[in-house]
Design a protein around this ligand. Sequence first.
Ligand SMILES: Cc1cc2nc3c(=O)[nH]c(=O)nc-3n(C[C@H](O)[C@H](O)[C@H](O)COP(=O)(O)OP(=O)(O)OC[C@H]3O[C@@H](n4cnc5c(N)ncnc54)[C@H](O)[C@@H]3O)c2cc1C
Length: 391
Amino acid sequence: MIDFSLTPELAELKDRTAAFVRDVVMAYEADPRQNPHGPTDELRSDLVARAAEAGLLSPHLPSEWGGLGLPHVGKAIVFEEAGYSPLGPVALAIAAPDEGNGHLLERVADADQKERYLRPLALGQVRSAFAMTEPDGGAGSDPSMLRTEARETSDGWAINGRKWLISGAEGAAYFMIMARTFDTAGADQGATIFLADAGSPGLEVGELLDTMDSNLVAGHSVVDFRDLYVRRHQVLGAVGQGFRNAQVRLAPARLTHCMRWLGAARRCHDEAVAYARERQAFGKPIGEHEGVGFQLADNLVDLHLCRLAIWQCAWVLDQGGDARVESSVAKLHCSEALGRVVDRSLQVLGGLGITSRTAVRRTYEDIRAFRIYDGPSEVHRWSIARSILKG
Ligand SMILES: Cc1cc2nc3c(=O)[nH]c(=O)nc-3n(C[C@H](O)[C@H](O)[C@H](O)COP(=O)(O)OP(=O)(O)OC[C@H]3O[C@@H](n4cnc5c(N)ncnc54)[C@H](O)[C@@H]3O)c2cc1C
């Protein structure tokens, strides 16, 4: 039986996270160290220092790496509270792609790789990037179209290819690179994830894309590999196991997006409710007009059902289930329902909603991409349909 009652420790952590976001993080929302490509690294460092002081850094990672060791249901509680401010996930070092990358390193990396890459990430000292998607007909919704190649040499591989939409690439300390791997005889050995430090010869972060979202540090960039030379100790997991290892990251990372966006959508709803109580039109508060009241009711239903979908999937993951279908269901439902919550909240706020005086405008612009990354809605519907038909 699923038991969602909170332990006293988790209830205390939930309250502490909510208070930290409300009393500390939200004060930074007007900080000028933010631009169309997200918060600057300087702002991120300040926020991380505050979260470290509050004992809230890296709640998703085990305590041996400086985290709080939360299970998936625990993450659902804390990440929702962090997501209440666009800067909350940045402060706690649980924003994408670092959160998913940390999880993957913790599960797949060897001891040396963990020390070198996971420890500074968990302490919020560095950022990382995950380089999978390619422009011009390469890997996207269909990862098997991977074009970036790693060709074996006498003591490593030479990587060539182009990636794009790579979040946080500018200023990242290291990259996880998915490449199709060929041995010295030219035989295709499948996809492999390689770890490469920023600044390695042959690794070049190019155009910083002009995108509609601005919630992640350093936005999204094009990254080129021109004879980027990597050695054997830079393989994450095993050669040919890239897609299998990406699966380790996939379900939890999808779900943590849902958790953070749930908090963000709840904030928008709260701001809409406050306005609907105060703002008068046609002789009464606008919330008392059915057209507004019903939008708030639909918001509450969407928020509630998203939370249930997240907690159910988190529970399956905590039981050791692979949760591929559950995470697809949660991701599909949350990306669409939470987008509706934000859209309705903006409508309730009227003209105020399109200004930056509330969090709604920013969230509206940021949340749209959630229906595309980590699998577009159509791909999730397609894969859920396949699992239904398989029985
Ligand atoms: C904000 C943001 C951050 C990102 N960060 C990263 C990152 O850090 N690292 C990284 O590697 N990638 C990143 N991506 C890329 C992301 O993973 C891809 O955008 C996503 O996988 C979709 O691939 P695509 O853009 O090539 O779309 P395409 O593959 O070109 O698909 C276009 C559209 O076709 C439709 N479609 C595709 N397949 C099907 C199907 N089977 N049935 C029905 N319709 C279908 C969908 O509507 C889809 O939106 C990011 C993207 C965004 C928007």
